[in-house]
Design a protein around this ligand. Sequence first.
Ligand SMILES: Cc1ncc(C[n+]2csc(CCOP(=O)(O)OP(=O)(O)O)c2C)c(N)n1
Ligand SMILES: [Mg+2]
Length: 340
Amino acid sequence: MANSATRRIESMLRIRRFEEQLVRLSQAGAFPGHYHVYIGQEATAVTVCENLTREDMIFTTWRNHGHLLARGARPDRMLAEILGRAGGYAGGKSGTLHLSVMELGMPATSAMVGGALPLATGAALGLKQQGSSGIVVAFFGDAALDEGAFYEAINLAAVWKVPILYVCENNSIPPEKRKRGQFPSSTLAAAQLVDVPRALQIQSEVVDGADADSLSECFRRLVAEVRATGSPRFVEVRCTRWPGNVLVWPDLPCGESSLDWAFASKPELPELAAWVQTSDPLLLYLRRLVDAGQLSREVAAATDARVREEMAAAVRFAETSPWPDAAEATTDVFAQGSRP
Ligand SMILES: Cc1ncc(C[n+]2csc(CCOP(=O)(O)OP(=O)(O)O)c2C)c(N)n1
Ligand SMILES: [Mg+2]
């Protein structure tokens, strides 16, 4: 029985299992450099994307894997890209930080804090000028409010009246948990983040990032409003940072998530157990569906097994994908027709 609730669980599980494989691959040395996982924020990407059409566009950040998967990107080509292989979406040239899939309306990912916001706002102006029915969704972190580009972009969106939904995923690390080298997010003079867009006449609201039902209601309504009015809206999604992400490098504190954690069993690490209990959008939603009789634990387990197999196949695809040809190094780097 595939109703919308079980499809939503499956989409969230695809993100969770993808990211867990990625942590495993990174720790095994399968790819160099930093990367950012979306564990603990899955319900946001999934409930936004279930309201989008083919005409819509998405702009995102370094924490982009969940947005791409929720939009329908193939995990095997994403992983190949992250591993720098020829089978990746950009032939191995973008890596994790610049993952993009033009045919899914995700033309660019910026790794600059706030960097995607002027691009997203310009794209929304472009859609308006073309008379398109499409809208733009811009996903960004709370630290974007520390950047001038954010203020410039949202002010112009309000002045120009363009169809864009700003989704600020606020996963701030509490100061006492920050490790050396980690950046504080959003040291704002405003009392709360939404005071800023509200001052610029953009209707704004706060939603609980751990509550898939609230997110679903919020994004169904706001995507429809942006589409109907052609005007911007702003949402602050309050998430509690996943304990595996309170480190400079992501880690799986108690291994891969177990669906049983949604019920009687608990992860051994008290901090993770507390997070699962109060803040994990996936396991909280699973428990709610099972308690309401909308999903059986057996169907959930079978869905998880299918998703795990899909991710194992994606890892095989990525690891056996060839390295790019050295002769390709300078192709697709400059815009076609641009002057040297
Ligand atoms: C303009 C700029 N300054 C600094 C950095 C270094 N940097 C990378 S991630 C990050 C913090 C991002 O926090 P947030 O926007 O809240 O996103 P999160 O990673 O928490 O999802 C910083 C400062 C950067 N990428 N770009
Ligand atoms: Mg943040």
